[in-house]
Design a protein around this ligand. Structure first.
Ligand SMILES: Cc1cc2nc3c(=O)[nH]c(=O)nc-3n(C[C@H](O)[C@H](O)[C@H](O)COP(=O)(O)OP(=O)(O)OC[C@H]3O[C@@H](n4cnc5c(N)ncnc54)[C@H](O)[C@@H]3O)c2cc1C
Length: 310
């Protein structure tokens, strides 16, 4: 039996409630609209089911990748040889005093809106980031000078064997677009964000202002995964790409956005090879032009379900 079949068997034995889908095209689950087909997708609806998924994957030695809103992911094309665990049914959000506590599949926009509605400030920056809270904690999402690491007070996680672990703020290992969850194979199930009382009108105004800044500078009408590369210590990736003369540069269906050179967009029909080929070209030309080697921000996932880098 293949590991994904063993995984399905273990899941069915452990819980009848976990929704399972077969032969799922990942292009439908990523904002890039690119990616091949996974044989199996498990969709837990609560933390208990999510932990069972982790344990079942470990017991069956099946590679199972967690996917939230798919806004920072690029999957290889063709038949993919791993399973996906999708957090789309884990969206609960609760406001308790000055905290917002949300399940991993809650969108950052919904968490920020819940904070605003409870007159809590500090999460306005996250309103326009299109990912889930779990995906955001994984890579310490941020914008406009703030990041989730400023607000996370604790997370309930599953370790790679499916045991529940509680992380306090300092145990997330946060740095710029990085957390220790990227290295230790934990899954974020629920996160608590510590905020401050504020004025609802002022909070709403700030969100609107940030949304307008995004709309005027980013190609939000085209499929992408946001910033392709991390901000290097030497400056902004977009400026370095523009200085290398690459704004608008195309490879197949992939293009360095004409609106924001930090984004690669799918102009229609872009393949994994088009996007990774363009990323390679950008890295090489920027290096030749400025001596800066850009680092990928987008998580590239190969056929075996492993994060892959150039
Ligand atoms: C138009 C656009 C604008 C963007 N702007 C920003 C921005 O301003 N700032 C910013 O930081 N990012 C931005 N992004 C990128 C993206 O939204 C963030 O990286 C976001 O945090 C990804 O969340 P997600 O749910 O989509 O994660 P996914 O893309 O689904 O997954 C990303 C990674 O997180 C892992 N993961 C997902 N859920 C969990 C979990 N529960 N536990 C453990 N690991 C998990 C996945 O395995 C994967 O490796 C933008 C993207 C787009 C398309």
């Amino acid at each position: 039996m293949r590991p994904t079949e063993l995984f399905e068997k273990a899941l069915c034995g452990a819980s009848a409630g976990i929704c399972i889908r077969h032969d799922v095209p990942m292009s439908e689950y990523t904002s890039f609209r690119v990616g091949g087909t996974v044989p199996l997708m498990a969709i837990p609806s609560n933390e208990e089911e999510a932990a069972l998924c982790v344990k079942a994957a470990a017991d069956s030695r099946c590679t199972a990748l967690w996917v939230g809103n798919g806004t920072n992911l690029l999957f290889e094309d063709g038949r993919l040889d791993f399973a996906v665990i999708h957090t789309g049914q884990m969206r609960g959000i609760e406001v308790k005093g000055n905290t917002v506590e949300a399940m991993c599949g809650a969108s950052m926009a919904a968490a920020a809106a819940a904070a605003r509605d409870a007159s809590l400030q500090g999460l306005e920056f996250a309103h326009g980031i299109p990912g889930s809270l779990g995906g955001g904690v994984f890579m310490n999402a941020g914008a406009y000078g703030s990041s989730l690491s400023d607000r996370v007070s604790r997370s309930l996680c599953a370790d790679p064997s499916g045991e529940l672990v509680c992380l306090d703020a300092g145990s997330h290992g946060f740095s710029y677009r990085h957390s220790s969850i990227m290295d230790n194979g934990y899954t974020v199930l629920r996160t608590t964000l510590e905020l401050e009382p504020g004025d609802r009108g002022v909070i709403a105004e700030k969100m609107t202002e940030l949304r307008q800044r995004r709309q005027s500078s980013q190609p939000l009408d085209m499929p992408s995964a946001g910033s392709t590369f991390k901000r290097p210590p030497e400056g902004y990736a977009a400026a370095l790409i523009e200085q290398a003369g690459l704004k608008g540069c195309r490879l197949g269906g992939a293009q360095v956005s004409e609106k924001h050179a930090g984004f690669i967009v799918n102009r229609g029909g872009a393949t994994f090879a088009d996007i990774t080929g363009l990323m390679r070209l950008v890295r090489q030309r920027v290096y030749e032009n400025s001596g800066v080697m850009l680092e990928n921000e987008v998580q590239i996932i190969n056929r075996e379900g492993r994060a892959w880098n150039f």
